[in-house]
Design a protein around this ligand. Structure first.
Ligand SMILES: [Zn+2]
Length: 73
C-alpha cells in the first residue's frame, strides 16, 4: 500500500503569531494591524518598536516612552 504524501507548505512564518482558531487569528490580525500605525509621540515618525510591555522605542529619534501594550496611544 502506497501512502501518498500530503502537500506541505514550505512557507516560513516570519512571526510567532496565533496558529489555531479563527477568532484568535482574527484578533491577532487586528492587533497586528494596529501596531503598523504606531507613531512616535516625540517626532511623529512611524518607526517605533516595542521593547517590552508598554515600552516603546523610536528608531528615528531614539526616544523611549511608555504607551499601551500594543499601541503607543
Ligand atoms: Zn521619534
Amino acid at each position: 500500500m502506497v501512502i501518498k504524501k500530503t502537500r506541505t507548505s514550505k512557507k516560513t512564518r516570519t512571526s510567532f503569531g496565533v496558529r489555531y482558531g479563527f477568532r484568535l487569528r482574527k484578533k491577532y490580525a487586528a492587533v497586528k494591524e494596529k501596531t503598523k500605525s504606531n507613531v512616535c509621540i516625540v517626532c511623529g515618525h512611524n518607526k517605533v518598536k516595542r521593547v517590552s510591555l508598554g515600552i516603546w522605542l523610536c528608531k528615528k529619534c531614539g526616544a523611549k516612552f511608555a504607551g499601551k501594550a500594543y499601541t503607543t496611544q
